[in-house]
Design a protein around this ligand. Sequence first.
Ligand SMILES: NC(=O)c1ccc[n+]([C@@H]2O[C@H](COP(=O)([O-])OP(=O)(O)OC[C@H]3O[C@@H](n4cnc5c(N)ncnc54)[C@H](O)[C@@H]3O)[C@@H](O)[C@H]2O)c1
Length: 232
Amino acid sequence: MRFDGKRVLVTGAASGVGKATASLFAEEGATVVGLDVQEAPGVQQCDLTDSDTVRGLVAENGPFDVVLNVAGIVRLDHVADLTLGSWQRQLDVNLTAPFVVSQAALPGLLERKGNIVNVASVAGLRGQAYSAAYCASKAGLVMLTKSMALELYQTGVRVNCVCPGGVDTPLIAGVATAMPTDLDPKLMARLDNVIPRFSDPLEIAEAIAYLASDTARSVTGSALVIDGGMLS
Ligand SMILES: NC(=O)c1ccc[n+]([C@@H]2O[C@H](COP(=O)([O-])OP(=O)(O)OC[C@H]3O[C@@H](n4cnc5c(N)ncnc54)[C@H](O)[C@@H]3O)[C@@H](O)[C@H]2O)c1
């Protein structure tokens, strides 16, 4: 019961890693507030790119001890075909929304000496073909994490992120159905985990829980890689 009595905000709580994370924190005693653009039981519906609504929901449901920015989107495209709309949407959901959520929750986090865990990606740590917007957004999220960690260390608020490789969620299934068919197999092979399976969403949730727990009290500004050996 590592999170007994804690209020925890989880974005992307309707599916995949966010859903597994919300369940794990609830099982360990937290009061979880889940936000997602998709409808799901016990999750408040909200488009995280609507900053005013996000600020309102954070104020209404807070203060929080832990903020988990999990929601994300990805689309594979040749860079020549990447539309400005798709670029902007990936930046908005994957990078701007975590900033807006974290900033809105900050007064409560400061009061409670809480912490933030962002879900970035191995795509934030090295280049990935056909993923220019996703890579840029996740690299930005890694640096948002590190920058906030440095700025806030004196307040007792910790900020970390996890960088998963392939995880078995609807996001992966969605990518496969929407990607162009003429991709270079050599570049696509770089996306494979070395351990020949996708991680389970619960494995990522467990890593998030570690970073959010007191066990990680000396850990801030870290980007914890859980990638089945992909970056090795
Ligand atoms: N699945 C993977 O292989 C993988 C690998 C590395 C990183 N990640 C990251 O993990 C995180 C979780 O992804 P997942 O794999 O669980 O995918 P998922 O699609 O199962 O879950 C993502 C959730 O985010 C929500 N979401 C998307 N746009 C939103 C918006 N505008 N407002 C509110 N909610 C929104 C979706 O509705 C969905 O419920 C993402 O940040 C993703 O980039 C996933």
